[in-house]
Design a protein around this ligand. Structure first.
Ligand SMILES: [Zn+2]
Ligand SMILES: [Zn+2]
Length: 122
């Protein structure tokens, strides 16, 4: 006998239309991975949300995508007084929509210093 494994209702339901949510709860984030610049997805988690890279699989839980995305890129900066170790400061890199999608660089979302690409188009 045949066992039907189908979660989707027969016929059409337009409920998924316009939603970036996948069936198992992952949601596309407008952010890209700090390591490989692929798109980040997230889903609810005990600690807030679980953010994961769709390409390299890097993942972390948090309340903002910057736990894995390029927005969270930190630079090591040494303090002038020489007393304490280097501190991590925000590198100023921000994810944003790629306004110059091209065959060479087709990513929908990119990261640049201060979101520079987005700014100089406006
Ligand atoms: Zn990645
Ligand atoms: Zn980001």
């Amino acid at each position: 006998m045949t066992v039907k494994i189908s979660e989707s209702a027969p016929g059409t339901n337009g409920q998924e239309q316009g939603s970036a949510r996948t069936r198992d709860g992952w949601r596309l984030e407008p952010h890209c991975c700090r390591a490989c610049f692929a798109r980040i997805v997230s889903r609810p988690d005990d600690a807030g949300r679980l953010y994961q890279c769709t390409n390299c699989g890097a993942q972390a839980a948090g309340h903002k995508p910057d736990v894995v995305c390029a927005c969270g890129t930190k630079l090591r900066r040494h303090r002038g007084d020489g007393r304490s170790a280097a501190q991590l400061v925000d590198a100023g890199i921000r994810c944003h929509q790629n306004k110059r999608v091209s065959p060479e660089f087709p990513a929908l979302f990119v990261a640049s210093y201060g979101g520079a690409q987005a700014a100089d188009d406006e």
